[in-house]
Design a binder for this molecule. Sequence first.
Ligand SMILES: C[S@@+](CC[C@H](N)C(=O)[O-])C[C@H]1O[C@@H](n2cnc3c(N)ncnc32)[C@H](O)[C@@H]1O
Length: 335
Amino acid sequence: MEGIMDRTYRRISDASHNEFVANGVETHTPTSLAPTSLLQPISEVVSRRVADAQRRLESKLSRVAGSPFYSAPGVLLYNTDCVPFLAGLAGLGISVDLTVTSPPYNIGKEYESRLSVEDYVAWCQTWMCSIHSATKPDGTFWLNVGYLEVPEHGLCVPIPYLLWDKSPFYLLQEVVWKYGAGVSARRRLSPRNEKWLYYVKEPHRYTFNLDEIRDPNVKYPNQKKGGKFRCNPFGKNPSDVWEFPKVTTGTKRSSRERTGHPAQFPLPVVERIVRASSNPAEVVLDPFAGSCSAGVAAAGLGRLFVGCEISEDYCKLAAERFESYRRARSQCSLF
Ligand SMILES: C[S@@+](CC[C@H](N)C(=O)[O-])C[C@H]1O[C@@H](n2cnc3c(N)ncnc32)[C@H](O)[C@@H]1O
């Protein structure tokens, strides 16, 4: 043991690198409130289409959900339990193009009450089926989930194993999200990924804008075959393994986009999904909206965002976030 603690026994380069490895913490690079790709002006035509859709939707939703907690151009946020909210959508003739969400994982976070695994799966099944009923025929559902404990059977059981076939959606594929930082385990491997279940309503008819999400980081960009460039000018298919660092927290290394919500999506990951699976002026839903990262990405790309969040505190935090984002965006368009 003494030898291991001795610096000369270290197998890796230096103490700061060791700290990185031990804590799973990446060197902090300050981020902005939102990537510049989400601060671009939206055309007048798209803005008008979003405004029309927003008026129609808000009026229909008032019958089941009352007034939104927060509304701004391109955003409707309701402070309510999403289960009855979702169940009412299809009956109101409301349909959505894309749902992108991450529910509680039943692991005792501050925003959830723990259920038995059976009850948790049944609860998930209820809202997943309601999302299916409210999704347009060419619509898509992206569900982000992690791990939970199944007593007597498993400690870190991937939630996709429990949920993947619990709705009529067609599972197109699973995407691995490698996020870099996280808890350091001592008696097992430190978890560093979560999954996205990528569902469509109809297997042969769905929106997928590959050119919107191509990865420009190509190894041999100038390679030619028969005089023609081999790779697509927009880059390569980003594959089913995505690397997006988590939103960092803590003194000195907290990201600027950090809101105080404990499970905030990084904006680039939801931006990729919104670009791939929806078009301008379409409706994007997040029933477990939290700090509304999906909302910032959707509104930032000229979609209409509809969010549900059961906690009033998180709704307040999300409303403040939208206001700062709107300010940042209007300042950006001045330059
Ligand atoms: C994993 S977090 C989502 C975080 C979000 N992706 C973000 O970027 O901030 C899940 C959220 O669902 C909310 N929630 C839990 N049960 C809910 C329910 N029945 N209806 C609506 N929201 C709920 C929690 O308060 C929490 O904010």
